[in-house]
Write a protein that binds this ligand. Structure first.
Ligand code: MN
Length: 226
């Protein structure tokens, strides 16, 4: 008998009744050149860097998300999400795809005003990135079903108006490199998700907005803001 009931965060798995139990959520910053430039950085000179969200920040596809507190600039970032399926540290790049269980479409919701303030003051990004309901995600599609998509349109629309429109082939650090590099910093385990960064076109959303997005060959996602 446990003192408290603490639910295990999880993500649907396409074609299965099983759930993918979420252990950690890693995210990469500035992984598409055009987005790095829109945020005022030169993408060519920066190695990948990582930040985290709590596991229970995941939100089921088709849900609504509450407009978060303490922000007036709540931004969408559509991203390819990698689901890790095997334990590994210091993984070689040419082995890294063997550690991937599947892929999903996610949104890295961001309190942009708090992030800009944190950058200016040299403070951590937790309040800007790791808040409640900040990680909506589609079902995971297994590598067995869809392989390892290296190209394909990635897009996001707000109230049917397309705001982000890129291609997975534009990733500065591809999935294999990103997983290999991350595994030099943390021991990867099944249940670890990696949000791989967003293409250009990030911007604000408001209560009442309907956000749709997708990645060709993977899935689509729909979230409303309440
Ligand atoms: Mn992001």
């Amino acid at each position: 008998m446990n003192l408290f009931e603490v639910p295990q965060p999880g993500v649907a798995i396409d074609g299965s009744d099983d759930r993918y139990p979420v252990r950690r959520i890693y995210c990469i910053g500035r992984n598409y050149g055009a987005h790095a430039r829109e945020m005022g950085h030169d993408p060519d000179r920066e190695p990948p860097f990582y930040f985290m969200k709590p596991a229970d920040a995941v939100v089921e596809n088709g849900s609504s998300v509450a407009y978060p507190s303490r922000t007036a600039d709540f931004h969408h970032e559509i991203e390819l999400v990698v689901a890790i399926g095997k334990r590994g540290s210091n993984i070689e790049k040419n082995q890294a795809l063997n550690y991937v269980y599947g892929y999903a479409v996610g949104i890295d919701f961001t309190r942009r005003d708090l992030q800009q303030e944190a950058k200016k003051l040299g403070r951590p990004w937790d309040t800007a990135k790791g808040f409640d309901e900040s990680a909506p995600i589609s079902a995971i599609h297994t590598v067995t079903d869809i392989g390892h998509p290296a190209s394909g349109r990635i897009w996001l629309a707000v109230n049917d108006e397309v705001r982000q429109n890129g291609d997975l082939s534009e990733l500065i650090w591809g999935v294999a490199e990103s997983v290999a590099e991350l595994s030099t910093l943390f021991r990867l385990e099944p249940g670890d998700l990696l949000f791989t960064g967003t293409p250009a076109g990030v911007g604000p959303v408001l209560a009442g907005d309907r956000i749709t997005g997708g990645i060709e060959g993977i899935d689509e996602i729909a979230i409303t803001i309440r």
